[in-house]
Each structure stands twice: as structure tokens, then as C-alpha cells.
Design a protein around this ligand. Structure first.
Ligand code: PLP
Length: 357
């Protein structure tokens, strides 16, 4: 079957070889005749899988043997908006507001304590990343979103602060080399650079836990999840298995150094065409553009529908912009090949040639 060039923001494309392995595991997982879909989360085979996935996540982030734990939990990144605050917010937390997802994180934290927005890009509809961020020292932690999936902006450097740093890295985790140890807690829904939807990765430093006095329901308690090795209840077995395969694939590619270079090349190709093409314009400020999600619009909205149809005819899928912005969004996660970018860029050129403005 011919696969589409999938630019979806998530769930998104995964490497071809992963689909083959995952399909095989659906039929016969460990050779015993059991499908991965009917494999117990307490089985020896799955225990090996989740331990391997945790170990790969720590290895890729350089956090092995550094007092961090890797958890694969349920509930998506949205669940972590609440869970981080439940576990970490004693009195007040600081936030950088750079779009919808950070706004949601702020709204959830307000159930547990005070929130202070210390920087925001709202004044320009989140087209940029705020700079020179000063974080007060009287907050329990600073939360921010490293990559704004909807608006296509990305932090190129991170806030310097003495307070614990909590980061929603859902849409750019494992896409580039960074010093992960500057963060005390990182979370990411699996469905972009990790694997299929259903699991959420949390990388947490043990030292920041146990400071709140409120009682935390067991399933929401990071310390209990650590104790249970993230199998407190039935795990999303398939999602974690495919995440493990995908993280192995990433290591085989040469890890974050190699993938970052590839991601840079892909993003440069697309932004170059957006800037060159007379029919399109980029949404985000140049220096803050995301390497993962390129958001752009037509110079005239009358071209929107036409270009979407034209792209669809060329096996390009998932470039319709987020419903709040319209236009287009091309997501270029790790598994999207350079040939998909070539296809999209050629399609944009051809569309320009065929269109009378
Ligand atoms: N944070 C970011 C940066 C996202 O891109 C998304 C979803 O796309 C979310 C949070 C919400 O993730 P979930 O649907 O897993 O709750």
C-alpha cells in the first residue's frame, strides 16, 4: 500500500519499518501466539518492553544515572497540566504563556494554587517567543511549553532560573540536542516524536517530589508511579511497545545529533519555500520559528481550499491549519522523510505556477 506524505500535527507519521514490526506484533508478539493487543501489562515480555522504553528515554535524554525516572503514563499531556500542579504546586507557580497549551496548563494549575504569568506572547497572537525572562524566586516552579504546536514557535534557548523548571515538550522532545538536566520535570504526549497516542512520557527528578502537603490520589502521585515502575494500573501496552520500537529506531539513526541535523534541513527547505513563494507567508517571527511545525497562510484566503485540494491530489495529508488559525500547518516530526518535504515544496512551486493572482 502506498503511504501518504503525512504532515499531521499528531498523531503523526512513524517510520515505515515501525509499522511493519507493529503490525507483526499485532498478529504474534513474542512468538508464543499472543498478540501485543492481548498481552498482559504484568507479563515478563511486556515488563521487558517497558523497562527498555524507560531506559531508552533516559539514554536519549542523557539522564541515565542522574536521579531521574522515566514514566509512561496514561492521559496525554493534558493530564500532566493537572498532575504537575497536584504534585509540585505548594503556593505559587510561574508560567510563560506562549499559546493554547500553556494557557491550558495555567488553567489547570489554578485549581491547586496561585499562578503568575511572568512572560507572554499573547499581545501578538503568539507569533513569537518572549525573551529576557526573569523568574521570581518565590515560586515553586516555572512551567513553559518548549514548542508551540499550534502557532509554530519554539524556544531556541531556555529560561535561566534557580527555581525548578517544568517543561511541556510534547511536540519537540527528542528532535534536537539539548541539556535535559536543566529541567526538573519534562512531559510529552507520545503521539509525535515518541510513538502512537495513548502513552505519555514523564521524565522526573526525584528531588522535586514530596514537598506538597496535600493528599494526592494514588494514580496521580508521581512517587507512587515511580514505586510501581509506571505500571500502577493497566498500561497502554500497544502504545508503549511501539514507542519502544520508535526510540530504538531513533538510536539506530544516530540519536539526537543526527536527527537534529535532519530536522534542521527539512525545516530550512520548507521555510525557504514559504518565504520565496509569492502565494504564502509564514506566521511566526523568523528567529522563533519551530523546526517541528511550520505554520503559514495564503496571501489571500481564496487560495486556501484550492491549495489543500491540490496538495491532497499529490498524496500530501495533514497540512490543514489548526482550526483556531486557519491556513496551513506542516508538521515535520522525526519520522517524516526529506522526500516528503521535497514533495510539498514542489507542490507549492507548481501551485504558484498554475495560479493567477
Ligand atoms: N501540549 C502540546 C505542546 C501539544 O502539542 C498538545 C497536543 O497536541 C498537548 C499539550 C495536548 O496533548 P494531549 O492531547 O496528549 O493531551
Amino acid at each position: 500500500m502506498q503511504r501518504l506524505h503525512n504532515f499531521s500535527a499528531g498523531p503523526c507519521t512513524l517510520p515505515d519499518e515501525i509499522f511493519e514490526k507493529a503490525s507483526q506484533a499485532v498478529i504474534n508478539f513474542d512468538g508464543s501466539g499472543l498478540s501485543i493487543l492481548e498481552t498482559s501489562h504484568r507479563s515478563e515480555a511486556f515488563t521487558e518492553v517497558i523497562q527498555k522504553a524507560q531506559s531508552l528515554a533516559l539514554e536519549l535524554s542523557g539522564l541515565k544515572n542522574k536521579n531521574y525516572y522515566a514514566l509512561f503514563l496514561h492521559g496525554g499531556a493534558s493530564f500532566q497540566f493537572m498532575m504537575t500542579a497536584y504534585n509540585l504546586l505548594v503556593n505559587k507557580a510561574a508560567f510563560i504563556e506562549t499559546g493554547r497549551w500553556s494557557e491550558n496548563a495555567i488553567a489547570e494549575a489554578q485549581y491547586f494554587g496561585k499562578t503568575e504569568i511572568i512572560a507572554s506572547s499573547k499581545d501578538k497572537n503568539h507569533t513569537y517567543i518572549p525573551k529576557k525572562i526573569q523568574c521570581p524566586s518565590d515560586v515553586d516552579y516555572l512551567h513553559f511549553t518548549s514548542n508551540n504546536t499550534i502557532y509554530g514557535t519554539q524556544f531556541k534557548s531556555f529560561p535561566q532560573t534557580e527555581v525548578p523548571l517544568v517543561c511541556d515538550m510534547s511536540s519537540d522532545i527528542f528532535s534536537r540536542q539539548i541539556d535535559f538536566s536543566q529541567f526538573d520535570l519534562i512531559y510529552a504526549g507520545a503521539q509525535k516524536n515518541i510513538g502512537p497516542a495513548g502513552a505519555t512520557l514523564v521524565l522526573v527528578k526525584e528531588d522535586i517530589l514530596g514537598k506538597v502537603t496535600r493528599k494526592i490520589p494514588s494514580i496521580l502521585d508521581y512517587q507512587k508511579q515511580i514505586k510501581a515502575k509506571s505500571v500502577y494500573n493497566t498500561s497502554p501496552v500497544f502504545s508503549i511497545y511501539v514507542s519502544m520500537l520508535n526510540l530504538e529506531w531513533l538510536v539506530r539513526q544516530g540519536g539526537l545529533k543526527v536527527i537534529e541535523k535532519r530536522n534542521q534541513e527539512k525545516a530550512e527547505m520548507l521555510y525557504h519555500e514559504i518565504d520565496r513563494n509569492s502565494l504564502f507567508k509564514a506566521y511566526a517571527k523568523k528567529q522563533d520559528r519551530s523546526m517541528m511545525n511550520a505554520v503559514f497562510t495564503s496571501v489571500d484566503s481564496k487560495f486556501d481550499e484550492k491549495f489543500l485540494n491540490f496538495a491532497n491530489q499529490h498524496q500530501i495529508s495533514g497540512i490543514k491549519g489548526h482550526r483556531s488559525l486557519g491556513g496551513f500547518r506542516a508538521s515535520m516530526y522525526n519520522a517524516l522523510g526529506i522526500e516528503s518535504l521535497e514533495k510539498l515544496v514542489n507542490c507549492m512551486k507548481e501551485f504558484e505556477k498554475n495560479t493567477n493572482t
